[in-house]
Design a protein around this ligand. Structure first.
Ligand code: ADP
Ligand code: MG
Ligand code: ZN
Length: 217
């Protein structure tokens, strides 16, 4: 399935059945309940799918939405958020949390951020400020790195969030619920952007906290 919601790539404003410019001004009361939601878990756990599901609901509710992703994550498409199932929404790729904040329009009601673990630590304060402005912030990202360590800045983001949703993949070894991302290559840097060729989902018991070359498996 490939669903694309129309949007202007320049400002990241999404529109499904309606355009943001067609909507009436937002009454102040409706803007007062900002919050931070975090969707987290291992790779292939459906974080991006869940983010897109929430975005689509917001669009159906005729809310003004902007979606962002870090510029580092160009696995599938530099200007869209794409799940492993190839479901996509348009997004703006930004290099820093400051750049993200600068691009949030005055009347935006929902800000979605995918791959939040790739942002600098400033993303935590940016999310806090946006929520304080009355914006619903939904951030999806990995909670652990390839060694099973907390993946900054996700722990801090989870701490300030009103709501944290942990989603699970299926362990590729035992088919149980997976909470960790097993790296398949010997690459030792924390950030190695990749998909199924580089990582697989594992549960606590099947996860090995080390680099495992394919030839050893
Ligand atoms: P995430 O953003 O958490 O990496 P996505 O939302 O992009 O995950 O993709 C989730 C999809 O990945 C699932 O719906 C499924 O089609 C696919 N998938 C591939 N491998 C697995 C796995 N081991 N467990 C669960 N889903 C998997
Ligand atoms: Mg994802
Ligand atoms: Zn397992």
């Amino acid at each position: 399935m490939h669903v694309t919601l129309a949007c202007s790539p320049a400002d990241g404003q999404l529109s499904a059945a309606v355009r943001n410019s067609d909507l009436p001004p937002v009454p102040p009361l409706l803007r007062s309940s900002g919050s931070v939601e975090v969707i987290t878990g291992s790779m292939f756990s459906g974080k991006t799918e869940e983010l897109i599901r929430r975005l689509k609901r917001a669009l159906f509710a005729r809310q003004r939405v902007q979606a962002f992703k870090p510029r580092i994550d160009d696995r599938y498409d530099p200007t869209r958020i794409v799940s492993h199932q190839a479901v996509a929404v348009d997004a703006v790729a930004v290099a820093t949390s400051q750049s993200l904040e600068e691009r949030v329009a005055e009347d935006t009601q929902v800000v979605a951020i995918d791959e939040a673990q790739f942002f600098d630590r400033g993303i935590v304060e940016v999310c806090e400020r946006l929520a304080n402005r009355g914006i619903r912030v939904i951030a999806a990202g990995l909670d652990q790195d390839y060694l099973g360590r907390p993946f900054p800045p996700m722990p801090d983001l989870m701490a300030i969030a009103e709501e944290v949703t942990k989603v699970h993949a299926v362990c590729t070894v035992c088919c149980g619920p997976a909470s960790r991302s097993q790296r398949l290559s010997i690459e030792a840097s924390t950030v190695l952007v990749g998909g199924a060729e580089s990582y697989e989902a594992r549960c606590r018991a099947c996860f090995e906290a080390r680099d495992v070359p394919r030839t050893e498996r």
